[in-house]
Design a protein around this ligand. Structure first.
Ligand code: ZN
Length: 194
């Protein structure tokens, strides 16, 4: 079974998601929700998914960036974007701390805003703390693309979408993005936003 992904316009995508207690997290229905979120993210495939996107106003995110998703991109581009394969991470009640003022620009899309992309500035270096799916405290230090995915997903838990942070003149259709921008490095992206 896969979960239905809600599109922008649904009020739940603009709502602050609820924190989980360890008792709530241990419930079979929550553990099943996490499994289905992973399955749904992989089916799409996407690099991250937040519970409000599947209609659950809860502070749960899953992220994963498989090597397979990156194989059509040149190593030089991946290096420039600071994009490396990321193992599956499940984060409950995540909180972000920005480590310094370095900001990077790159394109983002969202499973809840199908068919579009835009350049979004994001903090380059962050620390995320929260729990794993068993309620164990975890702390993830992330940079570059990893930090971007985490900020995008944690935003979902606060009712925030990438379109709230995007450089609006870079907003474009997925088709045009694939044709013209998907293989373009950070330097060129920097030039179009000037
Ligand atoms: Zn999203």
């Amino acid at each position: 079974m896969l979960l239905k992904i809600l599109g922008v316009g649904e009020p739940i995508l603009r709502t602050q998601a609820k924190k989980l207690t360890r008792t709530h997290l241990a419930k079979p229905e929550i553990q099943q929700l996490i499994d289905l979120m992973i399955k749904t993210m992989r089916d799409h495939p996407g690099v991250g998914l937040a519970a409000p996107q599947v209609g659950e106003s809860l502070q749960i995110i899953v992220i994963e960036d498989k090597k397979d998703y990156q194989k059509h991109l040149q190593p030089k581009l991946l290096k420039e974007q600071g994009r490396v394969p990321l193992p599956l991470s499940i984060l409950i009640n995540p909180r972000i701390k920005v480590l310094n003022s370095t900001v990077l620009h790159n394109f983002e899309g969202c499973m809840s805003i199908q068919g579009y992309r835009a350049v979004v500035p994001r903090a380059a270096n962050i620390v995320v703390s929260g729990w794993d799916r068993y309620g164990k405290q975890i702390r993830i230090t992330a940079s570059n693309y990893h930090a971007r995915i985490l900020q995008h997903e944690v935003d979902h838990l606060n009712g925030v979408l990438y379109i709230d942070h995007m450089i609006s003149k870079t907003f474009m259709g997925e088709k045009y993005f694939s044709k013209k921008w998907a293989r373009v490095g950070a330097e060129k992206i920097k030039n179009i936003i000037k």
